[in-house]
Ligand binder design. Structure first.
Ligand code: HEC
Ligand code: HEC
Length: 341
């Protein structure tokens, strides 16, 4: 079999662009430039990778928001001491079974101490567990798959450097129906970060943070509803209470009134711009607040570039049925059904 190697080039992370490049390449490997799929395993532990990895893990992706125990009874909802990376039984209600975010700390017996860097890379880019199982899609491998090699390498190097947590967890047990499609094939593309354009950088970061995962409402089968990208109304129920995500598109029913400073202030303080109410901590602002000004501004530039979607959502109002997204949330009755063709 001849594999079609993609020459390392500076292109955006958008699947369409990648698809175009992949179909456009010839079966012969490029002669002059070696492909920049330069990750050599085991990954080299460099100071730069540790630093970048720490930033991405703790402030952009928020791996430990899932892979640790969170004290939901405390107002600050901190990660409980000594549990960082040690995994948790995920307390999201409405799941068809038991969902366990694995112990990914370097403990050799109960964690990932004996796993290889490649095991991590496969889990993060293909949705393949250490034992070969398909990982449930809450593990954001579809998003992480679009990250640059160097960013993935940095996160792996950092996660494997944290203190080990001895914590034995049961296995995930979910109805196979909800597991959906099989794991993805290995990556062929080499996404890069385009830092020259704030909107593109923002798109890259928003993908890594999976803003859409919570802010785009989905059908009962978990399929994002077309036309409601980032329009909110996705309801999360757990020890944090019952809360619908907000419409973060630049529509009057969304955050059209935000400017850059408002956005930075909301993310940094965890308080809404309108009314000053504290934001429910299931919104990972405590992780995102550590993002650099440049990165947060880029995320905002990206949100500003989104198509405005009219969808009123307000968690201070009594939940009512919404014709637009199909669930009950505050101000649901104020929304019209989507125009059908
Ligand atoms: C939104 C929650 C969430 C986030 C964020 C998240 N994960 Fe996961 N992850 C999970 C869950 C849940 C599983 C287990 C899925 C299953 O068992 O089907 C998992 C599985 C894994 C596995 C496979 C473990 C095994 O048992 O084989 C690895 C490795 C992993 N995650 C690493 C990471 C890293 C590194 C990050 C950050 C870059 C991250 N995860 C971010 C929820 C999350
Ligand atoms: C785990 C789910 C989740 C993720 C991931 C998430 N959010 Fe949220 N977000 C929420 C929820 C829920 C609310 C509403 C909280 C409330 O009303 O108390 C919210 C509220 C907000 C608000 C306040 C909107 C307003 O009405 O003023 C902003 C801004 C926001 N999110 C931006 C983002 C951005 C940007 C990202 C990605 C970098 C993101 N969110 C990722 C769940 C999430």
């Amino acid at each position: 079999m001849i594999s079609c190697q993609v020459m390392a080039r500076h292109y955006t992370v958008f699947p369409l662009a990648i698809a175009l490049l992949v179909t456009g390449c010839s079966t012969a490997p490029p002669k002059t430039e070696a492909p920049k799929r330069a990750l050599t395993f085991p990954l080299e532990r460099t100071a730069a990778r540790l630093e970048r990895g720490k930033y991405l893990v703790n402030n952009v992706v928020g791996c430990f928001m899932c892979h640790s125990q969170v004290d939901w009874n405390s107002a600050e909802t901190p990660i409980m001491e000594g549990t960082m990376g040690g995994g948790s039984i995920f307390p999201l209600e409405g799941l068809p079974g038991r969902l366990v975010a694995s112990n990914i700390s370097p403990d050799p017996d109960t964690g990932a101490g004996k796993w290889s860097d490649e095991d991590f890379f496969r889990a993060m880019t293909q949705g393949l567990g250490k034992d070969g199982r398909k990982l449930f899609d809450m593990m954001p491998f579809r998003k992480l798959r679009a990250l640059a090699d160097e960013d993935l390498a940095s996160m792996i190097v950092y996660v494997r450097s944290i203190p080990p947590v001895k914590y034995e967890l049961p296995k995930t047990e979910l109805d196979p129906v909800v597991l959906g499609a099989p794991p993805l094939p290995p990556r062929q593309d080499i996404p890069t970060v385009d830092t020259s354009d704030p909107v593109k950088l923002g798109a890259y970061l928003a993908n890594a943070s999976d803003c859409a995962g919570c802010h785009t409402p989905s059908t009962p089968d978990g399929v994002p509803i077309p036309g409601l990208d980032f329009a909110g109304g996705f309801v999360l129920v757990g020890p944090w209470g019952k809360v619908a995500s907000a419409n973060i598109t630049p529509d009057p029913s969304g955050i059209s009134y935000y400017d850059e400073a408002t956005f930075l202030n909301v993310i940094r303080t965890g308080h809404l711009a309108k009314g000053g109410r504290k934001i429910n901590n299931i919104m990972p602002w405590r992780f995102f607040r550590g993002m650099t000004d440049t990165d947060l501004k880029a995320v905002f530039a990206y949100l500003k570039s989104l198509a405005p979607v009219s969808h009123r959502v307000d968690n201070t109002e009594k939940p009512t049925r919404c014709k637009k997204c199909g669930v009950e949330h505050g101000l649901g009755h104020m929304n019209e059904a989507n125009a059908k063709k």
